[in-house]
Design a protein around this ligand. Structure first.
Ligand code: G3P
Length: 223
């Protein structure tokens, strides 16, 4: 994905499922086009294939399982996301944690398949540990700020800059995103000032009265 970036996680919000998810994806793609901004979306697994084939911006899975395609009922192997048109995946979100031993297996497999990984971390310490597994991106997100009105860049700027610093030292190839409570263009530009290459966000767009307007305002922070 091109950076600086806004990664919009659709989660399982009702506003982002089925036909509403497709409409939201198209709205995000239009804003990205109009603003010349790098926007990536992560729809629910059930909508991944349809959305992946209908919009031209990168589409990510919200989660993948550390298994190979085969006899695994109800699981989501990286191959399934690839076939659905995904360009990458969010892994280890605080709402869908993955054991470290599974991250060790799935991160290199995604790399082999050409799927870009944004691996989440709840703390600076976890971010540093994950950086040693060499995902292309680590997203630092303090869980207590997720879904709230105060951005991590305001409430805990040292968590963002601390993650950037520790990850640079641990593995300079890994880039950092931050998220939790990101709501405005100023929150986005502050994330970049703190050393992140983008933001991971959800409710500010998905739950907005006018998601296109909300995303267009956020995208101003990328400039
Ligand atoms: O994955 C992004 C997310 O956890 C942050 O959510 O609603 O605080 O932007 P939100």
């Amino acid at each position: 994905m091109r950076t600086p970036v806004i990664l919009v996680n659709f989660k399982a919000y009702p506003e982002a499922l089925g036909p509403r998810g497709l409409a939201l994806a198209k709205a995000c793609a239009e804003v990205a086009d109009r603003a010349g901004a790098s926007v990536v979306i992560a729809p629910a697994a059930t909508d991944l294939a349809r959305i992946g084939h209908e919009v031209r911006i990168p589409v990510f899975a919200q989660h993948l399982d550390a298994i190979e395609a085969g006899a695994h009922t109800g699981w989501l192997p990286p191959e399934a996301a690839l076939e659905a048109g995904a360009a990458g995946a969010i892994l280890n979100h605080s709402e869908r944690k993955i054991p470290v031993k599974d991250l060790k297996a799935v991160i290199p497999r995604c790399d082999t398949l050409g799927l870009e990984v944004v691996c989440c971390a709840d703390t600076v310490r976890e971010a540093e540990a994950i950086a040693s597994l060499s995902p292309p991106y680590v997203a630092i997100e303090p869980p207590e700020l997720i879904g709230g009105n105060i951005s991590v860049t305001k409430a805990q700027p040292s968590v963002v800059s601390g993650a950037v610093e520790r990850i640079r030292r641990a593995n300079p190839k890994v880039e950092v995103l931050c998220g939790a409570g990101v709501r405005t263009g100023r929150d986005v530009s502050r994330a970049i000032e703190l050393g992140a290459v983008g933001v991971l966000l959800s409710s500010a767009v998905v739950k907005a009265h006018d998601p296109s307007k909300a995303l267009a305002d956020l995208a101003k922070g990328l400039r």
